[in-house]
Write a protein that binds this ligand. Sequence first.
Ligand SMILES: Cc1cc2nc3c(=O)[nH]c(=O)nc-3n(C[C@H](O)[C@H](O)[C@H](O)COP(=O)(O)OP(=O)(O)OC[C@H]3O[C@@H](n4cnc5c(N)ncnc54)[C@H](O)[C@@H]3O)c2cc1C
Length: 289
Amino acid sequence: MAEKIIAYRFDHLDQTLSQLDQENCAIIAGGTDVMVLHKSRRGVPPKIPKPIVFIDHLSELKRVYHNGKDLHIGACCTYSELLEEPLIPVALKKAIKTIAAPAIRNRGTLGGNICNASPAGDTLPLLYVYNAKLLLRSVSGERIIAISDFIQGVRRVQRDPNEILAEIILPNVLEEGAHVVFEKVGNRNADAIAKVGFAGYIRINGAVIDDVRFAFGAVGPTMVRSLDIEKKLLGKTIPLADADIAQVVAAFDKIIKPIDDQRSTAVYRKTVALNLLRYFFSTKQYQPN
Ligand SMILES: Cc1cc2nc3c(=O)[nH]c(=O)nc-3n(C[C@H](O)[C@H](O)[C@H](O)COP(=O)(O)OP(=O)(O)OC[C@H]3O[C@@H](n4cnc5c(N)ncnc54)[C@H](O)[C@@H]3O)c2cc1C
């Protein structure tokens, strides 16, 4: 007989936060990572070693809205809901379309992808180049933290047990002159975990680079991003000189340190990551008219 577990499903966020403050519970949004993580073998129900609290239905965690130039995305919006949402940037929709198959997209949430902190989480490279901030709520109030500080390692995040990730904030998402690119390389175009993920952001003024950001996924324990490398490109004009591109590629070559695993090899991952970077620089839409 299946073991009984305690499960909570409150109507409102504040009741959920009170429960989390009183008892150490496992949070379940879509459950698409949690259920796999706690599965032992086929046909055996997953064993979750704590009481569980469902949050996927909470309307407070499902709003998408602009606050000035910032876009706020409720952590419990499912991928399918985000694909239908006009405010979601095209690049994020492109990333979402590569995730799993529709059944998982109907359950899986953006907040779950972040809190699961897998190096292969497909939305993460993009959220890093958007400089995403996370709004966490608890009975004590709320705090905002940069995604790069929140994610500390493979499945390690800086979240107190009584906190819920409520919103993902994409600052200045409407900024003029900004272009965002997402690329994922897997065994096929969707329904495959990434071998390499890449996101690039560039903001140009005339032909001058005002801002540029890159993040690589699945090539290290967390997303690989380097503010130092990015800084060196500011003020340069596009199209970049071959020597500048070679310098950036060489700098990332030093800090991208992938591993061999069941999905790919370190050599393949490194080669593809650097090729995606070169491809980003060659993308015609960034060239001045
Ligand atoms: C068949 C299959 C295919 C998949 N394919 C892909 C893929 O191609 N790309 C990809 O990136 N992922 C993939 N995944 C992984 C998964 O679907 C995503 O990571 C998804 O975004 C997880 O969201 P969720 O709501 O289901 O998270 P859950 O499983 O509910 O939670 C994941 C973790 O985050 C915590 N959590 C969730 N929401 C919150 C919150 N708001 N506040 C605090 N903690 C929270 C949970 O406690 C748990 O630790 C796949 C999974 C499966 C089963």
